[in-house]
Design a binder for this molecule. Sequence first.
Ligand code: ZN
Length: 309
Amino acid sequence: MDIIFLNPVFKQMIWGGSKLRDFGYDIPGDNTGECWAISAHPNGDCIVKNGEYAGKSLSELWDSHRELFGNLEGDRFPLLIKIIDAKDDLSIQVHPDDSYARVNENGSLGKTECWYILDCEENTTIVIGHNAKDSDELADMIKNARWKEFIREIPVKKGDFFQINPGCLHAIKGGTVILETQQNSDITYRVYDYDRLQDGKPRQLHVKQSIDVIKAPFTPEMTEPVVSDLGGCKITHFISCDYYSVEKLEVNGEVTFDMEDYFQNYSILEGEGKVNGTPVKKGDHFIIPYGFGEYTLSGNMMLIRSYVE
Ligand code: ZN
């Protein structure tokens, strides 16, 4: 059985930069905003690099080789892992939950997502939540463009982790690089775009949908990381929610795991080492398939691991 290494898909964005080159990628331009690292989404379906399934897309593996994922049910691979380089501010947005998306977005999934801050410039902030006291005030603030009062901005630093539930207003601000783990969905409602123009026109806003789905008042989702030291690897468990569990692994030496999940996604975000003897480095992404058994990580590297339960 092979570990499944994937080729990322890159996305040019008006707010993107060139920092994804630091991961060793040959990016398509100086405004590359997103690396879709582990994705079976039709807008960016990653191709397998190695082994028996080389050249197949992750969605093909999901459709035709479900045994690799423990015969997990579902019509699509459940997660999407991205690295995001925001040179400029992203629009202020919100995602629906599964039930709203099912009815209003042709059966699509909603989106729960989370962010690990890989890097940010000094004095960087992000937008999480808002200051409206109830849904009437929320609607008024959006309809009357009371953005300064409405938007809740907080400082961020490298190593911070944020869980963004459906209905939570959010935006990444310029100068931030993050690893995002999310449900496999592309449904985004744009609330405010700083009145920017793209090709001479403002990008579409989704006022009605935003007012429908933003929860008011805002209550921060407090996550309490749990750290365990295995000797050779420190694990920081950030979250387990209905859609995923996300952990940071800091390997310094060697550690062996017994694979007991449906599958595990790995992204190497710093350093280099080996997985079962195969050399790996910053910027590599791979999936440990179902029933793989024991595997060993060694070297000096930081990884984010995600899985479903
Ligand atoms: Zn989002």
